[in-house]
Design a protein around this ligand. Structure first.
Ligand code: IMP
Ligand code: MG
Length: 178
């Protein structure tokens, strides 16, 4: 395989910190939806580790589904219109939907997805994001559950990638730019 081109920085959020915080979010969701069922909708691919850990920390009936999206064009996302690569399998009507996302940056992706999912008339819709980068927000979008707020750095690990690398790191780090 080719050599790594990226210079990773120190551990920003450790495996232990991730585990603890994800368990807290799971407990919050369990409390908030007591007596109800929830449908977790993971946004591929970055949400996979977060989703897998979070679902096991929710003590309710949990169904899961996934969507895959990509932004139109490359580079700077201005329109906020996203292309749906993989749509939902499940009917959202009468379901408590919680979107599971890896990170909210500009907020454009989730802002679009939120509108798209609301059209499907769920009973309720909330957003759980592992990471939030509020400094970069371009639209007003408030996630309901946030693992950690992060600075404006390029984050990798625990699902997050650069060039499809580092999703498998069990901790969160960031990439140094020259
Ligand atoms: P947004 O539409 O700008 O909020 O884009 C969010 C998406 O961009 C996330 O779901 C990630 O896939 C990606 N992204 C944003 N910031 C980072 C980062 O720091 N590291 C890795 N991926 C990121
Ligand atoms: Mg993503």
């Amino acid at each position: 395989m080719s050599e790594t081109k990226y210079d990773l920085s120190e551990v920003l959020i450790s495996e232990e910190q991730l585990k603890k915080r994800v368990a807290e979010i799971g407990a919050d969701i369990t409390r908030d939806y007591k007596g109800e069922e929830v449908l977790l909708v993971g946004i591929l691919k970055g949400s996979v580790p977060f989703m897998a850990d979070l679902m096991r920390c929710i003590d309710l009936d949990v169904a899961i589904d996934f969507m895959a999206v990509s932004s139109y064009g490359s580079g700077v996302k201005t329109s906020g219109v996203v292309r749906i690569i993989k749509d939902l399998d499940m009917d959202l009507r009468n379901r408590n939907v919680i979107i599971a996302e890896d990170i909210i940056d500009s907020g454009l992706t989730l802002n679009y997805l939120k509108g798209y999912l609301l059209e499907k008339q769920p009973k309720s819709l909330r957003i759980a994001t592992l990471l939030d980068k509020p400094a970069r927000r371009q639209v007003s979008l408030r996630p309901d559950y946030v693992g950690f707020e992060v600075e404006d750095k390029f984050i990798v690990g625990y699902g997050l990638d650069i060039d499809q690398k580092y999703r498998n790191l069990p901790y969160i780090s960031w990439v140094k730019t020259e």
